[in-house]
Unconditional design. Structure first.
Lengths: 550, 448
């Protein structure tokens, strides 16, 4: 709390009031990170409450996977769907979604491509009564394909609509095609429609139905429509008790697609994809090639896979693992020789510890020709510790350009001169010292002792938490690994990713349930499954119309 | 008011700075000027915005005698120098990929590189399309040759309002073609629609009902996206109805493009579709992006080393930047050739089309070291070649004599947003008094 007072003007109301939903980009004018909510106090109990969100659209990936699961066809036009926004850190957050002409036009094309790829024989395998393509087949197709596509019973009105589409076809096959097109473009397929049943005494709160929970579990774990066991469990009313949900979640999380999901979640949280958007200056760093970048990415993937699935690691392991997976291309950067062409598990040299000292992160949060303590510190402060920083004030004449080159100074000194005091210093003093502690790594992640031929000063601090005495990236990693803020940040981000919506104070108790496990050193895998046991996972709140929407 | 006091200057390499540092208005090739500067427009004005990814660099501008022999604009200037206005040194608000991309046609930069969303819409193309509503079958065309991973970097056009919703450009040439001509161009006669159109019509009708059914069960806020979806489905129905009742026909249209086109053919196909749409007056506003924000397409057809526009070209080699730009301006020359070959009213389609080639980033010297004066007047040097302290532009076409073409103009830090406003005035929306966060005055130094 003292820290909050100290921050004063640095914590902006970024992206909306915690208790309400804001449209995508609210506050985005000045908040470079998008619009996640401000601070959430997980120790303020919010039993039986849940954050609001409007109905989420299936992502491009979810649409493709689902169509393949339902029909066996992966239509090429899925690639033409607009890419998803990555506001709120993740690509599946409903508050950042839009729907545009190209979506509608592409859904139409996708429908056309699916029906042209389906032979009569193939249609015969989709429904039991489709050995002959006729009206009986049409009805059977609706009853078979419909429920899984819609993640629940087909509404009688929908069935009537589909049968009249069938009747409008010039041939039975044309009618069947119309039904398939309809199923794949219906709102009950394209959107995660959740209504649930009203919770007594809780205005605007609904308990999800078994089918709605099945859909959440399936889209969360594998980005696709529920499989048959999940549909069967929902039909049998077996997705209400927490242990039943946990059993399904554990089953689903053991599938290969869940490994991919974990990789996507952690890399989006840790902003590992940023590496693909930066290019170190070729003159300063001729060593940096596309090949080296690929080696950095391979290290991250192998590391995350190991921590979550092989070693049963905790959230802290991400930051304090003294090992990683290096190939010979990266060996020169890490000063490790005798490596092969695929990533091999090695003990890291003492300067390195955990993901924050991976070459990928150190490179991604640097300038092209020099390090950037501001980027590195801001990254750890905002993304790993979930601390808010307001954007630079809109003061007339405030110079936001990077500090000038100066051969007589270190990078640290240049940044300190520019942002260490005055108007800029008000906030930069909170996160620059975090970045300073990583100054013993250069802009492509090599250990260094000098900068501009001057000795490095890699001492640092986390003033917000009264942490002092940092010296070097490994000491920062150890400090981050020990902090409750890191665990809370994981809990918030996992809820945000898992539920596909921005979290609010109303989710505090649900977030805390996940965080408590991580506090007790639960594995990341168990902490992820724990989300399915929360009130927020099995309930929804109606979106709040703030009146600010377009 | 229309002139801002120059704040920035290049160090010694100041780009094409005249000896006195004054505006370098080069000789007007008056004999080659468009025939008329009539007060009343007797034909339809069209505008095409072209998004040029990444930065401009040395070799952008003509020399002091308006010769383009050393410029990578040469492929365009060889034939069209007299119709061009080459502008340098406009100031902007946004910096970096994110700032430049979001500010591009809105004048309201926002977000960062991964999320270049403007704080305010509409973009200028959308504004113009709304003003022209009902005059043509289609509002506007919006094509983008490639996308990266996040939606917003592939968006140049934005709806109205604060934190506007995105209008992603169509990035598939076949879909672009179909958006103008329908699925089976030339086969539809009024009142006797193609059977596939009938099927699609009944499908859309069924979807319309289903969205309405579902939406009725949700609160207004809950169905935010679903309402938007339903309204887009209804737009599709209306378009389909129009195609059935009064099919848009455009004789002599380029054929339907093939699938899986390479980048060159994609861009050419997008251009052909735009030309056809302008020719048959399907729309008067179009936006074409050669690539997205921070484009990383392969340009190996220009040079084997240009495997990745972002890495190998923009960050890798000033020589490759020039080569890629030279190729791009060659494509714009192709576009002009095609437009010039179509007669339109009292002239050609080119005479009546304004082409605005606007870059994502600013101008940078070959060594990527920019010296500039900061807000306190101190000289600064930076190796950050993502800045937009000096934004250049190429305009082609006088827009009916509105612009005095055949010139290179050192804009001396006039504001880019004033250019956006001026483009609106060129299209006869002269009642517009401001555009973007800083556009308040027409750039009179450009007008005839």
């Amino acid at each position: 709390m003292g820290a909050a007072l100290l921050l004063g003007g640095c914590t902006g109301q970024i992206g909306g009031h915690p208790a309400t939903i804001q449209p995508s980009g609210t506050g985005g004018s000045s908040n470079p990170s998008g619009g996640p909510p401000g601070s959430i106090d997980i120790d303020t109990p919010t039993a039986d409450s849940v954050g609001p969100a409007w109905q989420r659209r299936l992502t491009k990936t979810e649409v493709g996977n689902s169509i393949q699961a339902l029909t066996g066809v992966m239509p090429a036009a899925v690639a033409d769907l607009p890419a998803e926004s990555v506001d709120y850190d993740f690509d599946r957050v409903t508050q950042s979604q839009t729907v545009a002409d190209q979506h509608i036009a592409t859904y139409l094309t996708i429908g056309d491509q699916v029906v042209s790829a389906l032979t009569d024989a193939k249609i015969g395998t989709l429904a039991p009564s489709c050995t002959t393509i006729d009206r009986t087949c049409a009805s059977s197709l609706i009853d078979t394909l419909g429920p899984r596509a819609f993640r629940g019973p087909v509404d009688p009105d929908q069935k009537t609509t589909m049968l009249s589409l069938f009747d409008g076809g010039a041939t039975p096959r044309e009618g069947i095609d119309q039904i398939i097109r309809f199923i794949l473009q219906s709102p009950t397929f394209i959107y995660v429609i959740e209504r649930g049943t009203p919770v007594a005494g809780q205005q605007g709160i609904y308990a999800l139905t078994d089918y709605e929970i099945a859909a959440r579990l399936s889209f969360l774990s594998c980005e696709t429509v529920p499989d048959q066991p999940l549909m069967d469990a929902a039909a049998a009313g077996q997705l209400h008790a927490p242990d039943q949900i946990a059993a399904q979640a554990t089953r689903l999380f053991a599938q290969p697609c869940a490994h991919q999901m974990t990789g996507r979640f952690l890399s989006q949280w840790l902003k590992l994809d940023r590496l693909t958007t930066v290019t170190p200056d070729a003159a300063t760093f001729p060593q940096f090639t596309a090949d080296l970048r690929a080696a950095m990415q391979a290290e991250d993937s192998a590391f995350l896979e190991d921590v979550v699935w092989t070693s049963g690691g905790t959230v802290n392991t991400l930051f304090n693992a003294n090992y990683s997976f290096i190939d010979q291309r990266l060996g020169s950067i890490y000063g490790i020789s005798g490596l092969g062409s695929t990533p091999t598990k090695v003990t890291l040299p003492p300067e390195r510890l955990g993901i924050l000292t991976h070459a990928s992160v150190l490179t991604a949060f640097s300038n092209p020709a020099s390090t950037s303590p501001v980027r590195r510190g801001g990254y750890v402060y905002r993304k790993i510790l979930c601390q808010d920083i307001a954007p630079p004030p809109a003061t007339a004449g405030l110079d936001l350009s990077p500090p000038m080159d100066d051969p007589t100074k270190t990078t640290r000194e240049r940044y300190e001169l520019r942002t260490g005091s005055g108007v800029c210093g008000t906030c930069h003093t909170l996160f620059n010292p975090i970045g300073y502690s990583m100054e013993n790594f250069d802009a492509i992640g090599r250990v260094r002792t000098t900068d501009n031929n001057l000795p490095i000063d890699a001492t640092g601090a986390m003033p917000t938490f009264n942490v002092t005495g940092l010296d070097g990236g490994a000491s920062l990693s150890a400090a981050v690994a020990g902090r409750d803020e890191t665990l809370i940040c994981f809990g918030r981000k996992w809820l945000r990713y898992g539920l596909g919506r921005s979290e609010t104070q109303a989710d505090a108790t649900s977030i805390k349930a996940v965080v408590e496990l991580t506090r007790n050193s639960a594995s990341i895998r168990d902490a992820m499954v724990a989300l399915t046991q929360t009130y927020a996972f099995t309930h929804r709140a109606e979106a709040v119309d703030t009146g600010a929407m377009p | 008011m229309s002139w801002s006091k120059p704040k920035m200057k290049m160090n010694r390499r100041r780009f094409l700075k005249g000896a006195a540092g004054a505006s370098l208005a080069l000789p007007l090739f008056s004999s080659l000027q468009p025939r008329s500067s009539k007060a009343a427009t007797t034909y339809k004005k069209r505008i095409l915005f072209i998004y040029m990814p990444h930065q401009e660099t040395t070799g952008f501008a003509p020399d002091a005698s308006y010769s383009f022999s050393g410029s990578y604009l040469a492929p365009l200037a060889a034939k069209y120098a007299s119709q061009m206005l080459v502008l340098n040194d406009m100031k902007t608000v946004g910096q970096g990929h994110g700032g430049g991309h979001s500010e591009w046609l809105t004048g309201f930069p926002g977000g960062d590189d991964a999320r270049p969303q403007p704080t305010q819409g509409p973009s200028l193309d959308v504004y113009m399309a709304k003003r022209l509503d009902g005059q043509t079958p289609l509002h506007q065309l919006n094509f983008m040759a490639s996308w990266r991973t996040s939606l917003n970097v592939g968006v140049t056009s934005w709806n109205e309002g604060a934190n506007p919703t995105a209008i992603p450009g169509i990035n598939d040439p076949v879909m672009a073609f179909t958006s103008v001509y329908g699925t089976n161009p030339g086969t539809t006669t009024p009142g006797q629609p193609d059977h596939s159109l009938v099927l699609r019509g009944s499908l859309l009708d069924a979807l319309d009902k289903d969205y309405a059914r579902v939406n009725a069960k949700l609160s207004t806020a809950d169905r935010r996206l679903l309402d938007q979806h339903l309204s887009l489905v209804r737009d599709q129905e209306k378009t389909l109805q129009r195609m059935i009742q009064t099919p848009f026909s455009c004789s002599g249209a380029a054929g339907k493009p093939g699938t899986n086109l390479n980048l060159q053919d994609q861009i050419k196909s997008f251009m052909d579709t735009i030309i056809g749409a302008f020719r048959c007056d399907a729309t008067r506003v179009a936006t074409l992006a050669f690539g997205c924000c921070g484009d990383d397409s392969s340009y190996t057809f220009v040079d084997p080393a240009a495997k990745n526009y972002h890495d190998d070209v923009a960050h890798g080699s000033p020589a490759l930047v020039k080569k890629v730009r030279q190729w791009q301006y060659g494509q714009i020359a192709y576009l002009c050739d095609q437009l010039a070959a179509v007669s339109d009213g009292d002239g050609t389609l080119l005479d009546h089309t304004l082409i605005a080639c606007l870059p994502e980033l600013g101008w940078f010297p070959d060594n990527n070291m920019l010296t500039y004066l900061d807000s306190t007047g101190r000289s600064q040097t930076t190796d950050n070649n993502h800045l937009r302290f000096q934004v250049p532009t190429v305009l082609v076409g006088s827009s009916g004599g509105f612009f005095k073409t055949g010139r290179f103009v050192d804009m001396q830090q006039a504001h880019y947003h004033n250019l956006l406003l001026t483009l609106a005035h060129a299209m006869d929306f002269t009642d517009l008094t401001s555009f973007g966060s800083m556009g308040t005055a027409r750039l009179t130094q450009l007008t005839a």
